[in-house]
Write a protein that binds this ligand. Structure first.
Ligand code: GLP
Length: 253
């Protein structure tokens, strides 16, 4: 893993966007995440697009996850969210932005369908955030480290964290469809972004903890091309932060 420690959220976004942009211009397949963590990355990519520095016109994009029970026109669906926050502001073809169907009355069938769709694709670069309990996409602790797209019951902490987007906590769906850890690990490159002290424990577990289903982020230790881009606050519980800084300085390319 490469660990890049930046001074703040804006720098995290710039560093992540710089890694992602070359894949976009090549017409690559992008793996997109929702949540607040990737927002500065998306803002920087939008800025680069507006400045003519990157184009997404030949790209496809696949979302990580979706709430069960929300239709695509629901403001809180990830289908809608990724459009509002990112893809409506760039030149990607809207029909090429795919996500699991949260409105399918049979969520297990929807999970299988999405896994089959992804099995025929090769994601060039996957963007990830991380939950306070170490979850990635919606893979809560105890998720199989090699799991496929599935229906996931949400941890009360995840429901509580995500309640800020809904009017009341009761409105937060109890289940989600999510790419499994095995599914998302097939991406050629992974860029995980995290900011703020609330993510410091999850980052510590991801980078320095054992590889364990108790901290799903730790599966990235098994990935050949994973980059963790974090701000000082998210890095604050890393024991070997100085070593990671040195490794970045010594990098030849
Ligand atoms: C949700 C999403 C994850 C995201 C996590 C953290 O559970 N399914 O993909 O990484 O929240 O969200 P945030 O970036 O808003 O802290």
């Amino acid at each position: 893993m490469d660990i890049i420690i930046c001074k703040d959220e804006q720098e995290v976004g710039k560093a992540a966007a710089a890694l992602i942009a070359p894949f976009a211009t090549k017409g690559g397949t992008l793996g997109l995440a929702t949540g607040s963590s990737p927002l500065s990355t998306y803002q920087e990519l939008i800025r680069m697009y507006e400045a003519g520095e990157v184009s997404f016109k030949n790209c496809k994009a696949f979302l990580l996850d979706e709430y069960v029970g929300l239709t695509r026109d629901n403001e809180n669906s990830y289908f809608k969210t990724i459009r509002k926050e990112f893809t409506d502001h760039i030149d990607i073809v809207d029909e090429e932005v795919y996500s699991p169907d949260g409105a399918n009355p049979d969520p297990y069938a929807a999970a299988e369908e999405y896994e089959a769709k992804l099995a025929a694709e090769s994601v060039d670069v996957q963007i990830l955030g991380i939950g306070g309990n170490g979850h990635i996409a919606f893979n809560e602790p105890t998720s199989s480290l090699s799991g496929l797209t599935k229906v996931q019951a949400l941890h009360p902490k995840t429901v509580e964290d995500n309640a800020r987007f809904f009017n009341t906590i009761e409105e937060v769906p109890t289940h989600a469809l999510t790419q499994g850890l095995g599914t998302l690990s097939r991406a050629q490159n992974i860029v995980l972004v995290a900011t703020g002290e609330g993510k410091a424990d999850a980052i510590r577990g991801t980078v320095e903890g054992p590889v364990t289903a108790s901290c799903p982020g730790s599966i990235l230790q098994m990935h050949n091309n994973a980059t963790i881009i974090i701000d000082e606050a998210a890095a604050s519980k890393l024991e070997n932060a100085d070593h990671y800084r040195l490794m970045e300085q010594l990098k030849l390319r």
